[in-house]
Design a protein around this ligand. Structure first.
Ligand SMILES: Nc1nc2c(ncn2[C@@H]2O[C@H](COP(=O)(O)OP(=O)(O)OP(=O)(O)O)[C@@H](O)[C@H]2O)c(=O)[nH]1
Ligand SMILES: [Mg+2]
Length: 686
């Protein structure tokens, strides 16, 4: 690529639902611009967009990939984003750094509802976006219905978009196939041509009326934001092409409208017109910087990390949007020396000496800096919110010796994918990896295996059950007496044990009078009680109990804190047997969000999982979506996201937080105790 002739830059994210053809579109864009000479395809696992082994294995995108192409002396940096909802965080992190987004969707009206979360994000961040209806080869059954299918999809898009949907093109069908399109701006018709730009053809006679109506509608939408155009329409003056193009540019750049294109990415059909539109109508990096409140031409470097990669060789690369200034290789940034600047095309890297404002490039070795962080300045820039995790697996290294390597590998894994979370559970001691679903976690585990040589075994996490008591027991005696030569051991206590109201926790009271248990031994008693409560008669941590030390005795030589600890344990052991232990389970407060046509299925799902429905209402700012509030036992939530997605066209999601502990109903408690061996020893592998 000749750097001298580049006159402008555009940064474009390719987004949209799962398998709509984004990676295929990128491949086509790279092919028609001559960036690649051999076009790959997803099925053969040789595309630029899905270049990682994790993506290739699954024939789906699992992370953001960047590729640069040149067209008419403009450098395009495309970010191919994964469509699966499990990788939405990747997409959101990348979107905040682009000038425009192309939403690739399929011509299936029912499925446009799945676009709602994406539209919402684009709206919230005011990111200009256009739609490319891909796979238009599947939209047509005959010449007549082609147009009506297209209109149906447009109407469906209108029902989810808060911005007006404005078609730029109209399809031409023949013999159950779409064979071309009419450009509604120029009123020029084209036939698609395999391996070449579309051929201009005369406007088909039978489409003249439909074309004219579609064009009028387009102009009226544009005129809503342009008084001059409105006057022309009122006076029935045909506006010139430059004026319409100017309006598209202004209105798309200001995120006022959503232009719509059609095509067949796999055959490169409709891809050049899309590229033309991105060239002529998409906002420039200067416009985006200005909209975000930066002056691109200022010298002081300002950048933001959109994505972090660890290469198979272990090097760190940060994909950075340069908002301001020029960055040279070797410069000191945030106390870290930049070690390499690269333009990426899939896994290929092109080294650069410096990069200017407005570009998206990869920066080497930004140690200590994470996705979303700001470069070159201590200004805080907004970053995409982290989606809270909804699915978990307990993980154990296949080889025991690998345990020491695990935390540093997990740290890198989470840097690459900030929507993964790991914890070591306080009660169960399991290492738990949290994320957005089965595929998401499996991709993470594949990376652990491939990049860090850390194969893991997994199982569903144990439910962190607890136990409590129903009845009190008083004056429970515990005596520890041991004589084995030399000093003996002597501790002697009387304890009262009583239930506490739910949520009160543990309470220890010392009611010793007259020093029958000397002060220095009392902490030992409390430690003994607490240690016992770590694992009660049912095998789980005991909560909501109060223990009172009421009496005891000591020996002037043989007593020790240790001996009193043992005495307290003995007292607890015999006392708790009388207190009627009962199993408690954690309950979460959950808000489930889904398209309202799925609400009844969501309610059924909740009832089938021992849920308590608190109510539901339209989700604020989400056209056509409901939010259902429920209480759900955490034991019932392990697969909730999987089931919810299957009932909601894949788009339902939920937020949850721990609410309280609650007694497990009797027949179920018995089953739990049977499966855990009644001792909470973690063999609960449902
Ligand atoms: N019929 C038809 N199939 C297409 C077209 N474009 C892509 N496909 C197929 O659709 C499937 C998904 O294509 P991808 O390009 O991987 O879709 P994607 O949107 O990148 O998928 P994710 O990134 O996993 O969300 C593949 O099997 C493609 O071969 C098209 O224009 N027409
Ligand atoms: Mg893809």
């Amino acid at each position: 690529m000749n750097e001298n002739v580049i006159r402008a830059t555009r940064n474009v994210a390719i987004v949209g639902p799962y398998l709509s053809g984004k990676t295929s579109l990128l491949e086509s864009l790279l092919s028609v611009t001559g960036t690649i000479t051999r076009k790959g395809n997803v099925k053969d696992g040789n595309t630029v967009g899905d270049s990682s082994p994790e993506a290739r294995d699954r024939k789906m995108s699992v992370e953001v990939n960047s590729a640069t192409a040149e067209y008419e002396n403009v450098r395009f940096t495309f970010l191919d984003c994964p469509g699966s909802i499990e990788f939405a965080q990747e997409t959101y992190n990348a979107l905040i750094g682009v000038d425009a987004a192309v939403i690739v969707c399929e011509p299936v009206a029912d499925r446009t509802l799945t676009l709602a979360p994406l539209f919402k994000f684009l709206d919230d961040w005011e990111i200009p976006h256009l739609v490319f209806i891909n796979k238009i080869d599947r939209a047509c059954t005959d010449e007549i219905t082609c147009g009506s299918n297209f209109t149906e999809v447009l109407n469906a898009l209108k029902s989810v978009s808060s911005r007006p949907i404005v078609p730029h093109q109209y399809p031409i069908g023949k013999n159950e196939q779409i064979i071309g399109f009419i450009d509604l701006v120029t009123e020029q018709a084209y036939h698609y041509h395999p391996g070449a730009p579309a051929d201009p053809v005369p406007l088909p006679e039978h489409l003249k009326a439909q074309e004219s109506a579609a064009r009028q509608e387009m102009l009226e939408e544009l005129a809503n934001f342009d008084d001059h155009l409105l006057e022309e329409l009122l006076e029935e003056i045909n506006p010139d092409v430059e004026e319409i193009t100017r309006d598209f540019k202004m209105e798309l750049g200001a995120d006022l409208i959503v232009p719509v294109f059609i095509g067949i990415a796999e055959q490169d059909f409709g891809v050049r017109p899309l590229l033309e539109a991105l060239l002529r109508e998409a906002p420039t990096p200067e416009t985006t910087a200005k909209r975000r409140g930066f002056i691109q031409s200022e010298n002081k470097v300002l950048g933001q990390i959109l994505k972090t990669y660890y290469t198979p060789q272990g090097g760190k690369l940060s994909l950075v949007r340069m908002w301001r200034g020029t960055l040279a290789d070797g410069a000191l940034l945030n106390g870290v020396r930049v070690n390499g600047l690269y333009r990426l095309t899939g896994q290929q890297t092109q080294s650069l000496q410096s990069v200017s404002a407005g570009e998206i490039v990869a920066v080497g070795r930004l140690e200590g800096l994470r996705t979303g962080d700001v470069l070159g300045s201590d200004e805080l820039l907004p970053k995409a919110e982290i989606i809270s995790p909804v699915y978990a697996l307990a993980i154990v290294p296949e080889k025991r010796n690998d345990e020491v390597k695990l935390s540093s590998a997990l740290a890198k894994l989470l840097e690459e994918d900030p929507s993964l979370v790991w914890e070591q559970h306080g009660d169960t001691h399991e290492v738990i990896l949290w994320g957005q679903g089965e595929i998401h976690l499996k991709v993470g585990l594949d990376r652990l295996r491939r990049k860090y040589n850390l194969p893991m075994v997994t199982h569903l996490p144990q439910v962190p059950y607890k136990e409590t008591i129903r009845k009190p027991a008083s004056s429970i005696h515990g005596r520890y007496k041991h004589q084995s030569g030399g000093h003996g051991q002597f501790g002697d206590v009387y304890l009262d044990i009583a239930p506490q109201p739910r949520g009160e926790g543990f309470n220890f009271t010392d009611k010793i009078v007259g020093g029958v248990v000397p002060k220095q031994y009392i902490p030992g008693v409390e430690v003994g009680v607490r240690e016992y409560l770590d694992r009660g008669p049912l095998g789980f941590p005991v909560v909501d109990v109060s223990v009172t030390l009421t009496n005891g005795s000591y020996h002037s030589v043989d007593s020790s804190e240790q001996a009193f600890k043992q005495a307290a344990r003995l007292a607890m052991q015999s006392g708790m047997e009388k207190c009627e232990s009962t199993l408690l389970e954690p309950i979460a407060k959950v808000e489930i969000c889904a398209p309202n046509e799925c609400t009844s299925k969501v309610l059924q799902l909740i009832s089938g999982h021992r849920g308590q429905i608190l109510g539901y209402e339209g989700k604020a700012d989400w056209k056509g979506w409901d939010a259902v509030s429920v209480y759900l036992p955490i034991a019932e939530m392990q697969n909730l996201i999987v089931e919810l997605r299957s009932q909601t066209m894949g788009v339902g999601f939920f937020h949850w937080e721990f609410d309280r502990l609650q007694e497990v109903p009797e027949p179920l408690a018995k089953r739990v105790l049977l499966t855990t061996g009644g001792n909470g020893n973690g063999n609960d592998k449902r």
